[in-house]
Design a protein around this ligand. Structure first.
Ligand SMILES: Nc1nc2c(ncn2[C@@H]2O[C@H](COP(=O)(O)OP(=O)(O)O)[C@@H](O)[C@H]2O)c(=O)[nH]1
Ligand SMILES: [Mg+2]
Length: 479
């Protein structure tokens, strides 16, 4: 599905309890924008303060910055996050990334190349690989896919709470814009491992990604050995194994597997895989034990990294604000804890390709989904004594009749008719993904990574009740 977000959103009908009617004039739209950003900024600052090292010293190790502690009788102690950029880079972002790398640190990076949720999972895999190779992950930006290719990238750290992640994992985590100046036009050569050609036979090139263009990297790729493949010689799968990739991060195995690299496209250089900034073309299809492992309870990438990746304060505040507006609670009031809610994610859009021409009977009906909603409600009541009051639907479906049916079930929609215009094209999906994950329960669509991550978040964050409905044939979810 490569529709742009605006056309997606334009087809969402106004919701019964929506307060958007108040914001239809341009003047009030502007007021809304100011209000959203003021609220988000104040909340951001407030949350930032609450989480700052000044208020939470138990889990935070202050390190003494020698440059600011000159007088021994009254030392000025600067609290530098030992896992942040100050402690793990030479200084402010530089025109060449190499000028900012410390010689006593080793780094690792990789690129993205799919739908947004797949890209989130890819960065989770990168951070997990960083942990097992003892390297510092340097995370690039998110580049657009389903929201329209011309949309500018968005920082990982705008979407997710990186300081909280560093603290939870107790390792450094950096973003590329902290290393290399975003404004730099300096093209830099680097050698990376090409995993894509080692795991599949159809595409005779490393996995393609827009990220190296944004970072101005001219990459010479070395084909990884075929033993990185999780299921040897099996054409039906393209996964590689974390520890096989990790082995290539260490000098002996690296040296044994060097082959003639591919020429870098711009400066035509041949470079072996970089040892300081280790890089792999693509880590989405990476697992410890079995393909598509993040669907399974034991997934190490989820357990050791994914579950600790929380929304940034800004995204979380926006999600709560949209949610309150959906269910008709004043936007400036907190969602009452006495009004527990659950979310549904119905993934349609480009999933049509799995159906052929006729989608009736292929896509699950709302009645089928309602059965799982009732199961979630019953489980929450039985297991936790929680009475669910609100059900919030999120979906990429644009059909207005379908949304009317959703309302007919007493479920609320999220009104994104103005979101892309007011906040930007990234925000409908970011807000919906956050809403999907913040309730006491969740019902999602089989085969959707967006649904799967929401399910995992609800389970990991609130021990919530979840169900995934099956689809594809009329009786697919009958069980
Ligand atoms: N705003 C919004 N966008 C959605 C929703 N469901 C799907 N999309 C769009 O479709 C994309 C689906 O791709 P991806 O995130 O990789 O998840 P997957 O394809 O379901 O595994 C999302 O990233 C969104 O851009 C939804 O409920 N709300
Ligand atoms: Mg996808």
């Amino acid at each position: 599905m490569h529709e742009d977000a605006e056309s997606l959103l334009a087809h969402h009908p106004p919701q019964k309890h929506s307060a958007w009617a108040r914001y239809t004039s341009i003047a009030s739209k502007r007021r809304f924008l100011v209000a959203v950003f003021s609220f988000a900024t104040v909340s951001f600052l407030a949350l930032g303060f609450l989480r700052s090292p000044w208020t939470d010293q138990r889990s935070f190790t202050p390190i003494l910055d020698p440059q600011t502690s000159t007088n021994s009788s009254t030392p000025t102690v600067a609290l530098v996050d030992p896992h942040g950029p100050e402690a793990n880079l030479i200084g402010a972002p530089t025109a060449h990334f190499r000028d900012n790398l410390r010689n006593d640190r080793k780094y690792i990076t990789s690129w993205i190349s799919a739908g947004w949720t797949n890209d989130v999972m890819t960065y989770i895999n990168l951070i997990y690989l960083a942990m097992i190779t003892d390297r510092i992950p340097v995370i690039p930006m998110f580049t657009p896919s389903h929201i329209g290719g011309a949309v500018p990238p968005i920082d990982f750290g705008l979407v997710f709470d990186v300081p909280r992640l560093r603290k939870a994992l107790n390792i450094p985590v950096l973003e590329w814009h902290e290393v290399k100046d975003r404004a730099s036009n300096e093209v830099e050569e680097i050698g990376c491992w090409n995993t894509w050609e080692a795991v599949q036979k159809n595409e005779h090139y490393p996995r393609r990604s827009h990220v190296p263009d944004h970072l101005k990297l001219d990459i010479s790729y070395t084909k990884a050995p075929s033993w990185i493949k999780t299921i040897p010689n099996f054409d039906g799968d393209v996964h590689s194994s974390f520890w096989a990739l990790a082995a290539l991060a260490f000098p002996e195995t690296r040296a044994e597997n060097l082959v003639l690299p591919l020429e870098s496209p711009t400066n035509h250089l041949l470079l072996p895989p970089d040892e300081h900034m280790l890089c792999y073309d693509y880590l989405y299809f990476t697992c410890a034990n079995q393909p598509y492992e993040m669907e399974f309870d034991y997934s190490p990438a989820w357990r050791f990294v994914g579950q600790h990746l929380h929304w940034s304060p800004t995204i979380e505040q926006l999600a709560n604000q949209y949610l309150r507006r959906s269910i008709g609670i004043a936007e400036d009031r907190p969602t009452p804890p006495a009004s527990p809610w659950i979310a549904i994610h119905v993934r349609r859009g480009d999933f049509k390709v799995f159906c052929g021409e006729e989608t009736t009977g292929c896509y699950a009906s709302l009645e089928v989904i309602a059965r799982r909603v009732e199961e979630v409600k019953a489980e929450l009541l039985q297991r936790k004594g929680i009475m669910v009051e609100h059900v919030i639907m999120t979906s990429d479906e644009r059909n207005a009749t379908w949304w009317e049916e959703v309302k007919g079930h007493g479920w609320y929609g999220v009104d994104h008719s103005q979101t892309a215009d007011v906040l930007g094209p990234w925000y409908p999906v970011l807000i919906d993904a956050a809403i999907q994950s913040l309730g006491v329960g969740f019902v999602g669509t089989d085969k959707s990574t967006m649904s799967n991550l929401a399910r995992r978040r609800v389970e990991s964050w609130t021990d919530g009740a979840t169900r995934i409905y099956k689809w594809g044939t009329p009786n697919a979810d009958d069980h």
